[in-house]
Design a protein around this ligand. Structure first.
Ligand code: GLU
Length: 260
């Protein structure tokens, strides 16, 4: 499976900055255009699994809090409210295109026990799009950053769901040779054959500003994915139509090649 167009089972990670405004309110324009493209890809025969952040962020907005809280019980409360809002939106938007979604909330323990493998298989075989997040409301470890961010979670999910490809939609175009925010000569690296010391070094200095993770957690995700034999792409989520280019084998973002 060399060409991206040949990849069938795709895990796609959506970050809070793609789904919500800085106010914590839903970014309706981005979310509707994303779901339209994702529904179309599912209709074309792809098997999508979504890893979606946004629970805490949307909870902050819905509860009318001024800022993201720092204490764990408040974060758990926000996640409980926001996860509900998130799934309500996904359910409605995908339903417009006749696609059924399912919610899977994971914790570290569940991940380690591998007992959701069959759940993924069954849902995918029924044409359902599983939407995954960490169960932030009950999993204190996650909120206190034991797994903590959905970049690494998405790579673990790609492994569990036996995906052919992991796509991380970010607020940056991919991995750059240096920090594009400060260095005008920074160049996008289209393909990473192997994650070596040099790649880790650039990633450490070129974090994106908005997501929880930045570039370092994306490289960590890339390590987990490529070591599991799964290709991974980091691309900008601001124009979801670029996903069409990707599946027409037009290079987009940075491709991390799976270890064979
Ligand atoms: N699970 C968190 C949430 O839904 C997000 C973690 C992350 O942004 O990586 O709010």
């Amino acid at each position: 499976m060399e060409r991206i167009s040949d990849k069938k089972r795709i895990v796609i990670k959506l970050g809070t900055s793609t789904l919500a405004h800085s106010t914590g309110k839903l970014n309706i324009r981005k979310m509707t255009s994303l779901v339209r493209v994702l529904a179309d890809l599912q209709n074309s025969g792809k098997e999508l699994v979504i890893v979606s952040s946004g629970a805490i962020g949307l909870g902050v907005g819905k509860l009318g809090l001024k800022a993201r809280p720092s204490d764990t019980p408040s974060k758990q409360a926000c996640a409980a409210v926001g996860q509900c809002e998130l799934m309500y939106m996904y359910d409605n938007l995908f339903d417009e295109y006749g696609i059924t979604v399912a919610q899977i909330l994971l914790t570290k323990t569940i991940l380690e026990k591998n007992n959701v493998v069959n759940t993924f298989e069954k849902l995918i075989s029924m044409g359902v799009v599983p939407i995954v997040n960490e169960n932030d409301t009950v999993a204190i470890d996650e909120l206190e950053l034991e797994i903590g961010e959905n970049d690494s979670l998405s790579a673990m999910v790609a492994n569990l769901a036996k995906a052919d490809l992991l796509i991380i939609l970010s607020d940056i175009d991919g991995l750059f040779s240096s920090d594009p925010h400060t260095d005008k000569t920074a160049k996008l690296i289209p393909v990473v054959e192997k994650i070596d010391h040099h790649i880790e070094e650039i990633a450490g200095g070129a974090g994106s500003s908005l997501g929880t993770g930045g570039m370092a957690t994306k490289i960590n995700a890339a390590k987990i994915a490529t070591e599991s034999g799964i290709d991974m792409i980091i691309m900008n989520g601001k124009n979801p139509e670029m996903l069409y280019d990707l599946f027409e084998d037009i290079p987009v973002g940075t491709l991390f090649k799976a270890n064979k």
